[in-house]
Design a protein around this ligand. Structure first.
Ligand code: GDP
Ligand code: MG
Length: 200
């Protein structure tokens, strides 16, 4: 069962910072009731970025298959039929994108943190991300355009895709000493069985 201590990793990517959206992005997670338990600014190295995307050994295969299918669904010829070669190309673009400036990794904690953050983040491609989500409301990129320009799609933030992915990614970006255990007063309203102590 989901725990109220569930954690997820969010990274505000370089375009999110350049677009002055740090506050807006933080606000959306904060107002949903999630608790910020770690945050810092870093310029990631190429190695850090490659490791981030390949923490799941099946990522190369799955990401490659997804991208190839994306081309085929649009009636376009993919640059290669080999999923590993395809994701290798994507990875190079992601390394260039994410190392182009400072990024802000953060850990958000709360009930269903992973799924709630994914919902607020929206789908990967801004062209089709739902209105009301971060990617749907604040950016306008597409695979079509980013593929022609041979760059990664600019989608403002990264958010862990599953609880397992979140655990690995948190360990990759943060040391234990950088993660805080503390109580938020609003947690009793979010999680207590009885709303005692409101009426005087
Ligand atoms: P996320 O979890 O929503 O960020 O998406 P994924 O983990 O599936 O993909 C990671 C990154 O790979 C995305 O941010 C994109 O840069 C890239 N990517 C994923 N799917 C596609 C695709 O179908 N086409 C292209 N061109 N890039 C993709
Ligand atoms: Mg992902």
């Amino acid at each position: 069962m989901a725990q109220i201590t569930e954690k997820t990793l969010v990274i505000i990517k370089p375009d999110g910072i350049q677009r002055s959206l740090i506050g807006e992005i933080v606000k959306r997670f904060e107002r949903a009731g999630l608790k910020l338990v770690a945050v810092k600014m870093v310029v990631p190295t190429m190695e850090q970025i490659e490791k981030h995307y390949t923490l799941d050994p099946s990522w190369r295969q799955k990401n490659g298959e997804k991208s190839i299918k994306g081309y085929q669904d649009k009636g376009l010829e993919p640059p290669t039929d080999d999923p590993l070669e395809m994701s290798g190309m994507t990875l190079e673009k992601l390394k260039k994108y994410l190392s182009s400036g400072p990024v802000i990794p953060m850990i958000w904690q709360g009930l269903h943190a992973v799924a709630i953050v994914r919902k607020l983040t929206g789908g990967t491609e801004p062209l089709t991300s739902d209105v009301g989500t971060i990617r749907g409301d604040f950016v306008l990129d597409s695979y079509e355009r980013s593929d022609v320009d041979k760059r990664a799609v600019r989608n403002l933030i990264h958010a862990s895709g599953s609880v397992g992915e979140a655990e690995q990614e948190i360990e990759h970006w943060f040391s234990n000493g950088e993660i805080f255990n503390y109580r938020l007063v609003q947690e009793s309203v979010l999680y207590d069985v009885n709303l005692d102590g409101i009426l005087e």
